[in-house]
Design a protein around this ligand. Sequence first.
Ligand code: PGA
Length: 288
Amino acid sequence: MRRIIVAANWKMNTTPADAGSLARTIGSRTREPGVIRVICPPYVCLAAVGDALRDGDVAATDGLGVEVGAQNVHHEPAGAYTGEVSAAMLDGLATWVIVGHSERRRDAGETDELIGRKLRAARAAGLRTILCVGEQLDERESGRAEAIVDAQLRGCLGGADLGALGLDGTGAGAVPWLTIAYEPVWAIGTGRTARGADAAAMAGAIRRTLIALGMPGGGEDVPVLYGGSVTSASIDEFLAEPSIDGALVGGASLKPDEMAGIVARAGMTAAARAGLDGTLAGDAPAMG
Ligand code: PGA
């Protein structure tokens, strides 16, 4: 059974002075068994958020705490890269990382090839990685959304030795190192969401591409999240789809009320899916 994941992408918001208390508030108000919660603050807030989450009463009743993620990572281990942060530098600060976010593709010119290198660097450092993919509005309207996402996945993962990347053999209940976030670019920060059925169709297409790329297990182990203007009001539409395993939340993730609503619904989904599957939602996750 795949895990339900709610990942908060704080983007360029919060400061080291206020991030810790916000993280602790969100953590203590989202203690749902069976839901993996990840907060991805700016680099400079990673330590404050990690300290606050260790300190506070934020673990869910099944023992799952809130995990910390970075929003980006450099593809090289060290060197003359001013302003950059390598995967090794995140040791002790983050256990997750987002790569390929559309804002970085847009603002930093990140290509699929570069994002693929970041993925490998993250994997080598033992970070769980959320790879973002998604089409532009004109690509959706001209019926090319699935082809665009297929090309992004091939550009990032193609040519890689997927066995060496550890995409296989994750086992029941494990959280594999790779998670895909389907984020239609036109839905990010716009208040406009994809339809649940379209997101589910895309999740199916994503898993077909993973199979075509030679991923053992048919891509079924890899969680697929939806992202793009997710709120406590819109999350149900996506969690109602069995192929969608949670959400990557931007704007709403800075609001404790919104996060409480989103994770509460994710908790209900986790319980329902665990019931269907006959497994306990509270099994400890293992690194796949
Ligand atoms: P949003 O951002 O929820 O503010 O649309 C989502 C994301 O960019 O990950």
